[in-house]
Design a binder for this molecule. Structure first.
Ligand SMILES: Cc1ncc(C[n+]2csc(CCOP(=O)(O)OP(=O)(O)O)c2C)c(N)n1
Ligand SMILES: [Mg+2]
Length: 337
């Protein structure tokens, strides 16, 4: 234990989330919507109908939904490229997101950028994803500092990947966050790979969250495939930050179940590793838990899944029918040095 009272990272495989039945079904809805959107998006791209690249969310649903759900309405989040669940539950509609993927005028950035880059809306408390990794991190620490200086009881949360956590700015940002006791929560989505680089070729340490004690902050390792546990751990960190207790570094362990982006078949990932994680699929696992504990029956969950399919089909139609940006005004709102 250090003089701040911090020990090496706590490992949490299971935590009780204390959620009502309605909240559990809401969590299931967001996870199912994320999964349905992802499956339809990948199929669409494989048909050659998409624009540019796109990133699969498979394997990340419990993290993006669980962490996003732990925030209050006035908190700010800066999601990454595998946090579709967070964008959705903060209120970015499937329509606006699919229009962004197709570069349409009706998208969040009016077709100025594609896929999930730049997909922010401050009215919804979402800072647009900054493409250069992990540059959402210093920005989020800055947002948290603005809350602190204005004495507002608000929290900022962001995500980074295992690969992004090797960049120098990652260390600088976390050091400042700890030094200033910023009300920030940083969730590392350790999905075992950064492009084709396995995490073992990235760091000799077993846990990325173990770096926390070196900054003088709390570190927690969580099962990133268990949505309730992710929610419980992040909620605790959010509550602590809001009460003036400072930042937390959370490492959520999961697996990137597809290639880095649509072009990548991930042939370099060992089949047995994928199979082991497939058996712990976050959506299927949560579904089993809801059924097993009698929270919902098959029919109810089926209805929720059907609802998500209707919403995603509607979003695709909306995006397809939306106009492309007008070439005469396409440079409006674009800034370049
Ligand atoms: C500064 C910078 N260098 C390179 C890239 C290209 N790039 C995009 S995603 C990525 C890998 C990120 O891996 P990780 O942080 O583990 O996130 P994951 O994609 O696995 O979720 C890289 C190198 C970038 N976006 N920014
Ligand atoms: Mg990664």
């Amino acid at each position: 234990m250090d003089t701040n009272g911090h020990s090496p990272s706590r490992i949490v495989d299971k935590a009780s989330a204390d959620l009502t039945r309605d909240q559990l079904l809401e969590l299931y809805y967001w996870m199912a919507l994320t999964r349905t959107f992802d499956e339809r998006m990948l199929a669409y791209w494989k048909q050659g109908r998409g624009v540019g690249g796109t990133y699969s969310q498979r394997g990340h649903e419990a993290i993006s939904v669980g962490a996003g759900y732990a925030l209050g309405p006035d908190d700010i989040v800066a999601p990454m490229h595998r946090d579709l669940g967070t964008y959705l539950l903060r209120g970015l509609t499937p329509r606006r997101i699919f229009a962004s993927l197709l570069g349409k005028e009706t998208s969040v950035n009016r077709g100025r950028d594609s896929n999930l880059h730049g997909l922010g809306d401050l009215d919804l408390g979402i800072v647009g994803f900054i493409s250069h990794l992990p540059l959402s991190l210093p920005v989020t620490v800055g947002v948290a500092m603005s809350f602190k200086l204005r004495k507002e009881a608000r929290v900022a949360l962001t995500f980074t990947g295992d690969g992004s956590s090797s960049a120098g700015v990652w260390y600088e940002s976390l050091n400042l966050a700890a030094l200033y006791n910023a009300p920030v929560v940083v969730v590392v989505e350790n999905n075992q790979y950064a492009y084709s680089t396995p995490v073992a070729a990235q760091t000799r340490a077993e846990h990325i969250a173990d770096r926390a004690i070196g900054f003088g902050m709390l570190g927690v390792i969580v099962d990133g495939n268990d949505v309730e546990t992710v929610y419980a751990v992040v909620k605790e960190a959010v509550d602590r930050a809001r009460a003036g207790g400072g930042p937390t570094l959370i490492e959520a362990k999961t697996m990137r179940m597809r290639g880095h982006a649509i072009h990548d078949g991930a042939e370099y990932v060992p089949a047995d590793l994928l199979a082991a994680w497939e058996a712990r699929d976050p959506v299927a696992q949560f579904q089993d838990r809801l059924l097993h504990d009698g929270v919902a029956d098959e029919t109810e969950l089926d209805e929720i899944r059907q609802r998500t399919q209707i919403e995603v089909e509607d979003a695709i139609q909306y995006a397809e029918q939306s106009p492309l940006p007008d070439p005469n005004t396409i440079t409006d709102g674009i800034y370049a040095p």
